[in-house]
Design a protein around this ligand. Structure first.
Ligand SMILES: Nc1nc2c(ncn2[C@@H]2O[C@H](COP(=O)(O)OP(=O)(O)OP(=O)(O)O)[C@@H](O)[C@H]2O)c(=O)[nH]1
Ligand SMILES: [Mg+2]
Length: 421
């Protein structure tokens, strides 16, 4: 890496403003960008978190004016599962690859303490996949299907009593990982006066518990006014429907009750239009950007720091990835060398111990052998002595035997002579 000249002035102060004397053409850059983006198509990933049967699928159908053909989830699952489905949608010449990720079985367990875990794991897994692709030598991010969640619609049960603890715990766990938009589901079940109180209560509870929800950006002046107005309407109270009713001479999405009709797209009936405006028409790009620049960046930072990487060295001086890698490599090699030396030393000690053990055993064997030899010699000596004694006895016996036989023959002779007399 070339050394950085710390004394040279910042690049900005060296830049001069020049006036062009004619048309050059780079004013077409925004058009080039639009054309390229339209050609590539867009990706948007929505996560719907909410208890079973809260109207998640119906709202998705209503938002994108289509039928995603989702089937109802069972209420009996032992754990929460995440199910993602991807669809290709097209409006005029703009293609949108939309992924809807549903929490199946959310809030159905008796112990709801860990309900958020599956959601957190899913979001992290998508970040991890992207990070792994980014870290590859041969990356193909241009063709990579980005599955990172851009927005999480959190469906609040229309109880009118505020948030449940599962809502607070889950949103708190997610607020640094994803853009959360809380919405009151099935808002047609709450009266107008109750709804305002309910909304204020929810916002107060979120604030008191330090839950950071997604705020529509107010820094872009083209949308700052509408966004700031919309921020004051959060959480949006929404109604969804798959049924159409004729209002005037137009078929509109609505829910029909014996006492009247709730029109999904009627702003005096519910906040559906506000949600659609904010989610799809005004801030989709901001959510995609925040996901990449804020939430993913945070995940990436944590992961790289966990691996031991940092932008500054031990003395808080700027350092490069390569330098850290080199340091880590040399530290690792050093550690390896140290381990090898330790193992070698241990091996030598063990060999010496074994050698001493063997020598002791050999000495013991020698001792045993000498004793055996000595015992053997003594035994042999004893046997030799016994043998010699026995031989002497045999000789003596033979001598006596011979003597006896001589004596007995002499006797016989003497007896014979005396008879003749
Ligand atoms: N009152 C009222 N009912 C609704 C609303 N939206 C959906 N429903 C009804 O609620 C029931 C469940 O709707 P779904 O959209 O399947 O709910 P879900 O959250 O996707 O359910 P699961 O996927 O099974 O968890 C259906 O009978 C819908 O007609 C709404 O805004 N208000
Ligand atoms: Mg559903």
């Amino acid at each position: 890496m070339p050394p950085v000249d710390v004394d040279s002035p910042p690049v900005e102060s060296q830049i001069r403003n020049l006036i062009l004397s004619g048309h050059v053409g780079f004013d077409s850059l925004p058009d080039q960008l639009v054309s390229k983006s339209v050609q590539n198509g867009f990706v948007f990933n929505i996560m719907c978190i909410g208890e079973t049967g809260l109207g998640k699928s119906t709202l998705m159908d209503s938002l994108f004016n289509t039928n995603f053909e989702s089937s109802p989830s069972p209420h009996t699952l032992p754990t929460v599962k995440l199910k993602a489905h991807t669809y290709e949608l097209q409006e005029s010449n703009v293609r949108l690859k939309l992924t809807i990720c549903d929490t199946v079985g959310y809030g159905d367990q008796i112990n709801k303490e860990d309900s958020f875990k599956a959601v957190v794991d899913y979001i992290d897994a998508q970040f991890e996949n992207y990070l792994q692709e980014e870290l590859k030598i041969k990356r193909s991010l241009a063709y990579y299907h980005d599955s990172r969640i851009h927005v999480c619609l959190y469906f609040i049960c229309p109880t009118g009593h505020g948030l449940k603890s599962i809502d607070l715990v889950c949103m708190k766990k997610l607020d640094q990982k994803v853009n959360i938009i809380p919405i009151i589901a099935k808002a047609d079940t709450i009266s107008k006066t109750e709804l305002q109180k309910f909304k204020s209560k929810i916002m107060a509870e979120l604030k008191n518990n330090g839950v950071q929800i997604y705020e529509f950006p107010e820094d872009d002046e083209t949308v700052s006014e509408i966004n700031s107005t919309m921020n004051s309407h959060i959480p949006f109270a929404v109604v969804g429907s798959t049924d159409f009713v004729k209002v005037g001479n137009k078929m509109t999405r609505a829910r029909q009750y014996p006492w009247g009709t709730v029109q999904v797209e009627n702003e005096s009936h519910c906040d559906f239009v506000k949600l659609r405006e904010m989610l799809i028409r005004t801030n989709m790009e901001d959510m995609r950007e925040k996901t990449h620049c804020k939430h993913y960046e945070l995940y990436r930072k944590k992961q790289l720091e966990q691996m031991g990487f940092s932008d500054v060295d031990a003395d808080n001086k700027p350092t490069s990835f390569q330098q850290i890698f080199e340091t880590k490599r040399s530290n690792h090699l050093q550690e390896l060398q140290q381990k090898e030396d330790e193992m070698r030393q241990m091996f030598v000690v063990r060999v010496k111990e074994k050698e001493a053990e063997l020598k002791d055993a050999e000495k013991e064997l020698h001792g045993k052998f000498d004793k055996l030899k000595k015992d053997h010699t003594e035994e042999k000596k004893k046997i030799d002595e016994s043998r010699k004694k026995l031989e002497d006895e045999i000789v003596e016996f033979n001598r006596r035997k011979a003597q006896y036989s001589q004596m007995s023959s002499h006797h016989t002779l003497t007896l014979g002579k005396s008879k003749k007399k």
